[in-house]
Design a protein around this ligand. Sequence first.
Ligand SMILES: *Cc1c(COP(=O)(O)O)cnc(C)c1O
Length: 361
Amino acid sequence: MEFKIIKSDHAMPESEREALLENPAFGVNFSDHQVIIEWTKEDGWQNARVEPYGPMLMDPSSAVLHYGQEVFEGIKAYRHQDGSIHTFRPTANGARLQKSAKRMALPELPIDVFVESLRALISVDAAWVPKPVNEKTLYFRPFEIAAENFLGVRAAHRAEYRVIASPVGPYFTGGLKPVSIWIALDSARAGKYGTGEAKTGGNYAASLISQNEGYENGCSQVLFLDAETHTNIEELGGMNVFFVYKDGHVVTPALDGTILRGITRDSIIQLLKDKNITVEERTVTLAEVREGYNSGEIKEVFACGTAAVITPVGQFKSREEVIGPEDPQPGELTTALREELTGIQYGLVPDRHNWLVKLSS
Ligand SMILES: *Cc1c(COP(=O)(O)O)cnc(C)c1O
């Protein structure tokens, strides 16, 4: 697919952009351009283009506004020391976008077009990828929406794929300080046969009430339990979770259709296997975590996702209890994994699994 390039005539002046790239907040500012590909039921994907970033004109009856037919991805561009720009496992994100789209009855964008769309955006916005210091990256937000003006309830006959990009610094501003996690006792994120495995906005909308509760209680993330028994640990609102045991083995909840298939999660499992560390993907109950923390059996807990990479977890809290140490420190394995993964992404550690894809030299 050929991308038509329409360059912005109001791109941000270099000095302003450079100032902004010094210390970018997460997801607040956007690069000068965006990718758009349209889809119709009759003619499929068409009219691929890169055009100036800006507001979109949308009819108030647009299907996405009413029935939430939307899916998205999160993936980063990393600048290496030699100036080249790389992304991490983009075919995995492209495949996941297809799966999410399928679940939400949206059209599946070919994976190679997904990868090309990132390359097309970088072809005009390379200057927006920050220098490789302080974990700065350019965060891509590819997304797909129903774009038909129609209030009837059925899968839209028109859709749109876009990519926007935001220069970002660390997701959590406190450095590697362990975060506190709020346990959602009164809500679930996803149910069996539901949309938990799809990266769709509605899952996030459903998680926000608990996140607010978490904020009120000094927690920055929320832990969700399974909807059926409300005893098993699933994941955080936007991150997967791992537990490191005293004897060295690592446990993470098994993917059961309600948990998002994190690419960071998958990469960490591979890095652990490379180190000959046993990883168990299985059911983890809240009771096991409570007992494990109290007995010292569980030594480290961390959460992972593209945005925050790997984040040490300190305490779990709910209106009923506080689990975990008063003064948590980032764990040894947590820190080592984080260094290795970011090292691969920034080209400082050999990329044994060929995870990097070059977007620009
Ligand atoms: C995106 C996301 C993750 C993390 O996935 P990565 O591919 O590692 O970025 C985890 N959980 C949820 C609910 C997500 O939306």
